[in-house]
Write a protein that binds this ligand. Sequence first.
Ligand code: ADP
Ligand code: MG
Length: 270
Amino acid sequence: MNFPYGGRLHAMPQEGAPALQARNLRVTYPGAERSALEDVSLAVEHGEKVALIGPNGAGKSTLIKAVAGLIAPDSGQILVYGNRVGACHHRTAYVPQRGEVRWNFPVTVEQAVMMGRYAHLGWLKRPGAKDRAAVSRALEAMNLLPLSGQQVGNLSGGQQQRVMLARALAQESDLLLLDEPLNNVDVRTQALIFDILDQLAIEGKTIIVSTHDLGTLEAEFRRAIFLDRAVVADGPVQQVINPDLLARAYGFQPHICPPEPEAFEVEFQR
Ligand code: ADP
Ligand code: MG
């Protein structure tokens, strides 16, 4: 019997398979003129912490959602620990970009974090001691214990971001997909997040973090994947963030600057 909302579908990892393998992925949104992702292939090994970078609209969120099983690719294949997406939902935790979450949902911080446990429980079972312990650990790790009874809608942006991370931690997944988790958080929280991610990577968890904050890259990541609909570069951070590539991706290209204002005027008068 098939229980799509967790609890039963716990396919075991395939021996020797990478944590994530994507092959020739193409994703096109309905009605879109061109694909958001085109021929994306990549592999991420167990215990890696990888930055997913690229300009706005590059397809970072789309890739993360496809790996989380929220978007079906038009073609290509995604394997998570060697299994197709969805064969084991509890092994993958997804933290959406903050703007994509409906924060007016009437739940407390503790309840929101407990939702991370439903991948294990299924919706019908009541949380047990193990679930409550995982939630407490996650709340403590993200410094949320003092806020645990508050409504999530009343929190600041940074606090809400910590709630989403705590929910992912409580899930105790092997693959963490974090979409722009550093937005809205202060420097102290950023340091806290990176400490936790490093600890998880040491434990063998695999972490993919999308970010447009290139400032943190060299200090916090060894590997970066530069996405711009396709994989533009993939490798050690120092190589991936070379000036030519950044110029191309972020539009800073002196040789295609618009003409000087005088030139415009001359053109116009003719
Ligand atoms: P990024 O996260 O790198 O900013 P996205 O994955 O959000 O990029 O978006 C990639 C492209 O797909 C963009 O052109 C965006 O406008 C488009 N897109 C994203 N979500 C949708 C959607 N739900 N429907 C249609 N187009 C979308
Ligand atoms: Mg995005």
